[in-house]
Write a protein that binds this ligand. Sequence first.
Ligand code: AHR
Length: 602
Amino acid sequence: STLRVNTSGGRKIPETLFGIFFEEINHAGAGGLWAELVSNRGFEAGSIEPWAVIGDSSSVAISTDDTSCFERNKIALKVDVLCDGCPGGVGVYNPGFWGMNIEQGNKYKLIFYVRSSSPANVTASLTDASGRTTLATVTILSGAANWTRQEIWLQAGGTSDSARLQLTANTKATLWFDQVSLMPQHTFKGHGFRNDLAEMLVALKPAFLRFPGGCYVEGGVLKNAFMWKNTVGPSEERPGHFGDVWNYWTDDGFGYLEFLQLAEDLGAAPIWVFNSGVSLNESVDPEHIQPYVQDALDGLEFANGPASSKWGSLRAKMGHPAPFDIRCVAIGNEDCTLPHYQENYPTFYNAIKKAYPAVKVISNCDGSASPLPHPADFYDYHTYAPAADFFKHAHLFDQAPRLGPKAFVSEYAVTGSDANNGSLLAALGEAAFLIGIENNSDLVELASYAPLFTNVNDRRWNPDAIPFNSSHSYGTPSYYMQQFFIQSNGATLLNSTLETTAPNLIASAITWNDSKSEFLRVKVVNFDNNAVNLTIVLEGTNSSVQWQVTAKTEMTSANVMDENSLDNPSMIVPVKNVIQKPPGQDDLQIIISPHSITSSDF
Ligand code: AHR
């Protein structure tokens, strides 16, 4: 087989083409990227779970009441200590999200609110999962009948990735606790994101961050939708909410500002998906849509408005006086055919364009086959399918209309038995699709894999790019597949021709510059189980990319259904080899392994 690459000419790929989509699904944020270690910090989740009692019914009684000092989350925990000198103390513990990761020598900031019927010593400890080994401990005197805020640094003297936080007392008294938070000292850029998981995102060099969902934005019913105003301000004052689509409570420490901050910290353009007055089972009619429109406008003012504006001033008060720069918003998620969406859409669209003419608007309706029923800058396209379909998807947008809105493939993934928890086969299908996206990037300007994260203890959706537990994480082949495309944003797509009889081979070529040099990358996906001898011929007039040496990077595995795992995180990863040009050989001759994705950098 021969790939002929014309090194001159070509077409510029949009700067924004490949980014990421973060959804609060699978405990991706709460118990994941958001580094808060306490689950159900305000006891608002409908029960006190996962908090549990230390002591028995003769020594302690646990209940909740609505005496909190926080107006929007009134529930507090009441602990009646029934014994004096209770051995080891009685009270409650929180195991976090399937265990807290506590590391020896590291510091953790504990904040909680407490009041008591009479002066009592309260001991806060970090222990192993059994509670028997103490990793850190401190005792404070709660002397006041009024709520007081306690802020304490705990330094770990030991390590456990299944640790818990205990709050105990040992003298007869009634104590109330609320808004208990434990944060590691070191988080990504000091902004509360779990370091190892954030670094996985950095390694994808995402051009944009779409957030916060997905169906998470919609909710099963509207009261469970993500409404940004409930997620801003001091975290202890946020009410939290039950995400009824993915079926878990979030304290909303990872709120609207934190999403914007994450985008800024990753150098990614924020793309905000807001609720369009539509949930999966309930929709707002045009007569009552105005508050939702106002919420969207206020959300834009919070992000983009000056610190002197009403909502911009709240952003400034939260520590970010400079405006963020939202340039693109989506009116809802997958709502096109749900009741009232199309009726309400123009109201949102017109209000946004009037107040923020430069902000681009994404419609949930599909414009790939026929014109949209309303104006939009982008249409949102989601595709989940078997691997062979994805290989063919390389041509999905070849015939799509070029006049009208651009396409945003905001969710794509191979799913089902071809993918399991994240197979090589899935990654190959997706890689072929992304080569097609590069080819169609005159139309498709944005694309992101979905979902991004899963806590392995709560896999609501399979597969996901980055599975993790409390202390470790790994990339699936679909995660590493995306790394083959990180140089594509803003690069030049070269004209190339593949001459082959191999049945399932697809290739593309790009060039890009840094301040010193010009680089050329050829990518080849072999979806077949036979190896291919490939000759890469660089043609055209651009002599700066003629080859002397090439870095060949390949991702493959013995079995196409192989997966990475926490125990074997690097079974399928890109492997790099340097190839020197053999004397007298003009063109690069390489063997493309069966079931592989390969790049060659010149
Ligand atoms: O990515 C998982 C889900 O798939 C998203 O929440 C939704 O938009 C889609 O149906």
